[in-house]
Design a protein around this ligand. Structure first.
Ligand code: BEZ
Length: 263
């Protein structure tokens, strides 16, 4: 989910979103969702919750498959874009879902890693699903954006930055996430860590500006621009090829689970 709360120890990563930056620099999020979308396999007439729907790009695809889909997210800005697409969406915190046995499936792409109290999220998903309903999702897994986060840590440490802003994500292992699903009454059908180096069509600067915004915004100019440029130079030898193309070191955790029946 695309979070926007603040506080001392927020379970939701502090992140402000610009819908236009997200559309431009975060397009890969939806472009590369084919495998997890195929695992969902939405069917006409199914009631589906899209958890962390963002600007609704995939919500629209679920709707196009004939399902009755509700998108939820925390970002007012992204929800407004989704509404303009004619989608049914509402503001909700993934840690406090209050649906009861309403959905045939809950789907989530590239949002669960923003929700840092996963047990609360999974408990809410289990409650929202009908018995035997499915929970299909993809999030960053262990090692996701490790080089990028390390570069941000380095430029933050040398400037006395707040480490809480460095990597506000939850990137679990198969064992950790599979264990949480089982504990909350799911049978895990598939779960795997999938390395997926991702070509960034708008470059690393766009990625850092969009997804590292809360981190870089803790610095005043000109320090903000200096920190961003230093991070880029730290990353260049590892993630930029000789033709100047940038790749993000993405690792996906992809899963499909079924809520156990009542009996
Ligand atoms: C991801 O899709 O893996 C991701 C996107 C933004 C920030 C962190 C991770």
């Amino acid at each position: 989910m695309h979070g926007s709360t603040t506080g001392a120890a927020p379970p939701i990563a502090v992140q402000r979103w610009s819908a236009s930056d997200y559309a431009k620099n975060g397009r890969f999020v939806q472009d590369l969702a084919g495998p997890v979308f195929a695992m969902l396999a939405p069917k006409p007439g199914e009631r589906i919750l899209d958890l962390g729907c963002g600007d609704g790009t995939l919500t629209a695809e679920i709707k196009a498959a004939g399902a009755d889909v509700l998108g939820v997210d925390l970002s007012d800005e992204l929800l407004a874009v989704a509404r303009m697409k004619g989608l049914t969406v509402q503001k909700a915190d993934g840690h406090a879902l209050d649906f009861v046995q309403e959905f045939d499936a809950v789907f989530s792409n590239a949002a669960l890693h923003w929700m840092r109290a996963p047990a609360l999220v999974i408990a809410g998903v289990a409650r929202a699903l009908k018995p035997r309903g499915r929970f299909v999702g993809e999030l960053g897994g262990q090692g996701n954006v490790a080089a990028i986060a390390t570069a941000m840590r380095a430029v933050g440490a040398s400037r006395g930055g707040d480490p809480a802003h460095v990597a506000p994500w939850f990137f679990p292992t198969v064992e950790e996430y599979g264990g949480l699903l089982a504990k909350h009454g799911f049978s895990v059908r598939e779960i795997a860590l999938v390395p997926r180096p991702t070509l960034l069509k708008t470059g690393m600067e766009g990625w850092l500006r969009t997804f590292g915004r809360s981190f870089f915004d803790q610095f005043e100019e000109p320090e903000r621009t200096a920190a961003l440029n230093e991070a880029l130079e730290l990353l260049r030898p590892s993630l930029c090829d000789v033709q100047g193309r940038w790749t993000a070191d993405h690792v996906r955790l992809r899963f499909s689970a079924e809520r156990n029946g009542e009996d």
